[in-house]
Design a protein around this ligand. Structure first.
Ligand code: B12
Length: 180
């Protein structure tokens, strides 16, 4: 009897414990599900944007000219239409050339955002064949036939033009004057 009574109390305690565990698990699940969404919505540096979203991201932008740095700073950016004197107005949001199915932040859009905020100019010819701009001059510095503005992200030259490549929060985007 003692044993039966003991088992019954233990069984009740076990069911109560199981219910508490279930409630705690559900609460934890809800909290975990909400946490990443909050971080992404704020675009915190160091976090990566969800692929395929155009949430503004903060990147470090460097423009390295032939005689030294022309710009270095952090910039908030997202994919958007840009306008250049030579190339006119076109999208620059990663959907260029069908590189991404929906808009994303890009290197050239980051350059454009920095240029607008810090009041400097850049220019680029539009190539319909690539659905992209060739960035030809920044702050009136151009390649002049013997150099070009190389685009790299985190130290690696992009394999596509600056409106086709996706940048993520915390990335380092560099436009570097590079001699042929
Ligand atoms: C030569 C060349 C260059 C030269 C062009 C100047 C010169 N003195 O010749 C330089 C070194 C400047 C160059 C730069 C870049 N290039 Co390039 N280049 C080529 C290459 C090998 C031949 C182009 C060519 O002469 N075509 C023949 C002429 C007759 O046709 P064209 O239309 O007049 O050619 C012009 C355009 O191609 C333009 N151009 C060259 N590269 C690029 C890149 C982009 C995005 C755009 C819009 C235009 C453009 O310059 C050419 C000369 O005026 C092609 C590969 C290929 N097989 O096409 C890659 C190619 C076009 N380049 C490419 C890339 C990625 C770049 C860069 C973005 C690399 C980088 N990360 O910096 C940069 C452009 C950066 C910027 N400032 O916007 C890619 C483009 C892919 C894409 N879908 O966007 C290609 C296809 C190579 C590849 N990865 O397969 N490039």
């Amino acid at each position: 009897m003692q044993h039966t009574f003991g088992t019954s109390r233990a069984s009740l305690a076990s069911r109560t414990s199981l219910r508490r565990t279930l409630i705690a698990s559900v609460a934890l699940g809800v909290a975990l599900a909400a946490a990443p969404a909050t971080a992404q919505a704020h675009g915190a540096p160091g976090t990566h944007a969800v692929h395929g979203t155009n949430t503004p991201v903060r990147v470090t932008l460097t423009v390295q000219g032939p005689d030294g740095p022309l710009f270095h700073g952090k910039v908030w950016t997202r994919g958007h239409d840009v306008t250049t004197a030579t190339g006119g107005t076109h999208r620059c949001d990663g959907t260029n050339g069908s590189a991404h199915p929906s808009a994303v932040p890009t290197p050239t859009a980051a350059l454009d955002d920095a240029a607008r905020k810090r009041h400097f100019g850049w220019d680029g010819a539009w190539y319909a064949s690539f659905d992209d701009y060739a960035v030809d001059s920044i702050k009136n510095v151009s390649g002049g036939g013997s150099a070009y503005w190389n685009i790299s992200v985190n130290g690696t030259p992009t394999p596509v033009g600056g409106c086709q490549f996706q940048v993520n929060a915390g990335d380092t985007v560099a436009f570097t004057w590079t001699a042929f």
